[in-house]
Design a protein around this ligand. Structure first.
Ligand SMILES: Nc1ncnc2c1ncn2[C@@H]1O[C@H](COP(=O)(O)OP(=O)(O)OP(=O)(O)O)[C@@H](O)[C@H]1O
Ligand SMILES: [Mg+2]
Length: 315
């Protein structure tokens, strides 16, 4: 079998004169997880909807495993599972009943339907809930059923639009674990998310979109290291008491400190320059000022910095 692939060729969607997506060219190939990032309104959902045939492109093509989604939707999507805009599940059906119905609609043959449903249930770790009515499930559990619904046809490609959005921290962690598990099955996963920590943890590659245009697509490490500013680091410092203007002036005058932003009276973002040694000296000095320093941590992940820079440059 050839590698799974998702391809957008000059993929464009315009609503009158406004283009939600402009000439997207992107080819994802092989078993891996690709994060799809971009600010609200960037065009991520629009792109995912065209890749799954939910809306028609104004121009260009969407191909799944080389098959044009517009020309032959059924064949193109036969190997693809998607979770785009959380669908409502019939509350009166049990998890198993709901998934059996989805499997039937998807055309899973009746002889293998039950096995396919049980396999999908196992993948989202819901064996204990198969007879629970969907209406009684928590939001996180419902999302797991939705993921199972995308899995009933045993897809080799998964398109997920913010799979953990709207969930509490535990629900997010559970969905994250499930998505990580999906990777192990030689699948190609294309997943939009606003959670850069989640993307850093799960994804091998990242595509960044803004204003309907692709800003970057590369391996995660390559993207973050290519755009890292050599010797500059951003740290967040927390203090036990409010920082007065005198304390701020003192910190600002320390060699190696090149930028300060007081985000809250007790929380400061610091830009430090000069490599590790210079930064070590600057941090020791701040600690020695007696202004109530209680914690230091990196202010943002490397991906966040890269993302913010790319998005800012595109505005
Ligand atoms: N049916 C529509 N008619 C007109 N404009 C639309 C329509 N659907 C989407 N848009 C616009 O297209 C742009 C892209 O929307 P899209 O939902 O793809 O963004 P997104 O990247 O998924 O954002 P978010 O991160 O908020 O989910 C937005 O400005 C949106 O308002
Ligand atoms: Mg969206």
């Amino acid at each position: 079998m050839t590698d799974p692939s998702i391809q957008a060729v000059e993929l464009t969607k315009c609503y009158n004169s406004f283009c939600a997506l402009s000439g997207l060219n992107l080819r994802l190939e092989g078993a891996k997880c690709v994060g799809f990032l971009g600010p609200n309104g960037a065009g991520k959902t629009t792109a995912l909807k065209m890749l799954t045939g939910m809306i028609r492109p104004t121009r260009g093509k969407a191909l799944i495993n080389g098959i044009d989604v517009q020309e032959n939707k059924k064949a193109a999507l036969s190997t693809c599972g998607a979770l785009i805009e959380t669908p409502e599940i019939y509350p009166a059906l049990s998890v198993k009943e709901a998934l059996m119905m989805v499997a039937e609609i998807r055309g899973v043959p009746s002889t293998v339907r039950k096995d396919a449903v049980m396999k999908a249930i196992a993948e989202v770790k819901m064996e204990e809930w198969i007879d629970t009515k969907c209406g009684k499930l928590s939001k996180g559990m419902k999302q797991r059923v939705n993921l199972a619904a995308a899995l009933v046809s045993d897809p080799i490609i998964m398109l997920l639009d913010e799979p953990s959005s709207g969930l509490d921290p535990r629900g997010m962690a559970e969905v994250r674990e499930i998505v990580k598990g999906l990777k192990k099955k030689d699948r190609l996963i294309f997943m939009s998310s606003h959670l850069l920590g989640e993307v850093t943890e799960i994804c091998d590659e990242v595509a960044i979109l803004d204003h309907g245009k692709l800003l970057a697509y590369d391996k995660l490490e390559r993207l973050t290291s290519a755009l890292a500013v050599g010797n500059t680091k951003e740290c967040e410092a927390s203090f036990s008491r409010d920082l007065g203007s005198d304390a701020l002036k003192e910190i600002a005058s320390i060699e190696g400190v090149t930028g300060l932003e007081l985000v809250e009276p007790k929380r400061l973002i610091l830009r430090l320059e000069g490599g590790n040694e210079a930064q070590e000296r600057a941090l020791a000095k701040i600690a020695g000022l007696g202004v109530g320093l209680i914690a230091f941590r990196p202010s943002s992940s490397a991906l966040e910095e890269t993302y913010l820079r790319l998005v800012k440059d595109s505005r």
